[in-house]
Design a protein around this ligand. Structure first.
Ligand code: SAH
Length: 469
């Protein structure tokens, strides 16, 4: 299977920077299913083509399955005779070999990565269980001109008829990351025969790569359905997430440690947890839901106090939840804490009945991870549906950032932060939501206050009016 990507921007060889692959060298990568070779059949100022060749090893596929896919052995059922065609292997190769480009990142050509450029992609022997019209229906709404040539089953035997394989050319002016994400999602969809078991974390991948465009695609339900292999439950969950929240946070782990490093000299994380705990004790809370619990550090603190009888942590990211499970020892047999703690995967921007009925809800350093247009949904969910008598929200104070060593001017503390509020901005948001949902709100400083810039972290404590009267 061969994918080529051509551009005519000047200098066209910048494609090498966008793909993080030097046009002068052929590079080979060993993946679980075989080799991937990246090379440039042409590389001039005017025109540059990168090629990715998948060399799939059918024997290695079977042999390697335990090591590369855990111990379930399920893959055996899905290994079949399909190594020579484009399939979800292409998506795996794109994610692993062109991962930065897929994510829209380029160290050396940051602005070019964000700019639509003239692109042509060709896919040789693309399996498509349908006809040319399907290819057009999928790619044209995304801005691609599509040329597809059907292949005969056997060129010498035209009477045998057409094969389900096409040679496809897509042309358009798009960001490279868009091209890669369209291929990442739609190639396996066309094929309809994914080579690995579809698990719930497939939803994560789908939303991560397609969240931005799938929502408005005329065939979005069909694509989601196919992508998730007709698993109805999964489809329903994925669609509701898309409608409400396209934003699972898989990079959280890596980025969280950067943020921790910036804040460490102030022991901010500790002080934040102390401050929130203090309020929970004051409120006499016995049950707490931790919204966006991450790796479960705060849950571990709550567990140290017997007064907290019921603790639920919710997060959108499976990877952080599995770390939390480990940290808290929930996977150990006869875990004593298992009776008090539950971890749930879910989104904070849509209603979830499992999250209501708690004495208190906390969202520690979470709001700034939400896209601004989802904040209203977050507030509605937290106050109207979760609806705890006490809700505590902490968030960075952007004014304080210039005091951090190691944080460049104008930068946010965490690469996944969508914004950081000044004290006035946080106050304005919190007061307006408090009015809307009948809460009173008090503000507290966390960490040592700078006389001019305020504290490093700010906290709002919302109390329901009903409880007070
Ligand atoms: N409260 C934790 C983690 C903060 S990082 C702590 O203080 O250490 C923010 C967390 O919010 C991440 O774990 C991220 O996965 C989660 N998150 C981001 N958007 C979310 C959403 N829409 N729904 C649920 N969790 C979300």
């Amino acid at each position: 299977m061969l994918l080529t990507i051509t551009t005519t921007i000047r200098p066209a060889t910048d494609l090498g920077f966008l793909l993080h692959k030097n046009p002068a060298r052929t590079q080979s990568h060993e993946l679980s299913f075989g080799k991937v070779h990246v090379f440039y059949p042409e590389a001039t100022e005017e025109r540059c083509t990168a090629a990715m060749l998948l060399d799939i090893d059918p024997i290695g596929l079977v042999r390697g399955r335990k090591d590369s896919h855990g111990s379930d052995g399920l893959l055996a059922q899905y290994v079949n005779d399909r190594p020579f065609v484009a399939s979800s292997f292409l998506s795996v190769a794109i994610a692993q070999v062109f991962g930065s480009a897929l994510g829209g990142r380029s160290k050396e050509r940051e602005s070019l990565a964000a700019t639509p450029i003239p692109l042509t992609a060709t896919l040789t022997a693309l399996p498509c269980r349908g006809d040319e019209r399907l290819l057009k229906e999928l790619f044209e709404p995304l801005g691609w001109r599509v040329r597809a040539t059907g292949r005969l089953l056997d060129a010498k035997m035209p009477e045998w008829g057409a094969s389900p394989y096409f040679d496809v050319e897509l042309t358009g002016t798009k960001r490279l990351s868009e091209l890669l994400s369209h291929l990442y999602v739609l190639v396996p969809v066309l094929d309809g025969d994914k080579h690995y078991w579809v698990a719930e974390d497939e939803i994560e991948k789908l939303l991560r790569h397609a969240g931005a465009w799938l929502n408005t695609h005329p065939r979005r339900e069909w694509i989601t359905h196919r992508y998730l292999r007709h698993q109805r439950q999964l489809t329903a969950l994925a669609l509701s997430r898309l409608a409400d929240d396209g934003d699972p946070d898989e990079v959280a782990l890596e980025h969280a440690s950067e943020e921790a490093a910036i804040e460490r000299p102030l022991s901010l994380q500790e002080r934040r947890m102390d401050a929130v705990l203090e309020r929970l004790r004051e409120a006499g809370a016995r049950s707490v839901v931790d919204l966006g619990c991450g790796e479960g550090k705060f849950i571990a603190r709550l567990l140290q106090e017997r007064r907290f009888e019921r603790i639920v942590g919710v997060d959108v990211s499976r990877s952080v939840l599995s770390r939390a499970k480990e940290r808290l020892g929930l996977d150990r047999a006869h875990s004593a804490v298992a009776a008090r703690v539950e971890l749930l995967q879910g989104s904070l921007t849509y209603r979830d009945a499992r999250l209501s009925g708690f004495d208190a809800a906390v969202a520690i350093e979470v709001v700034e991870h939400l896209d601004p247009h989802r904040l209203a949904m977050f507030a509605r969910n937290s106050f109207a549906f979760v609806g705890a008598p006490v809700t505590i929200v902490t968030t960075p104070n952007a004014e304080y950032n210039s005091r951090f060593e190691g944080l460049a001017r104008g930068r946010l503390r965490h690469r996944d932060h969508r914004f950081e509020w000044t004290r006035a901005e946080f106050r304005a948001w919190a007061e307006s939501e408090a009015r809307r949902y009948a809460r009173s709100v008090e503000f507290h400083a966390i960490g040592d206050e700078d006389p001019e810039l305020g504290p490093p972290t700010q906290m709002a404590v919302f109390t329901s009016m009903e409880k007070r009267t």
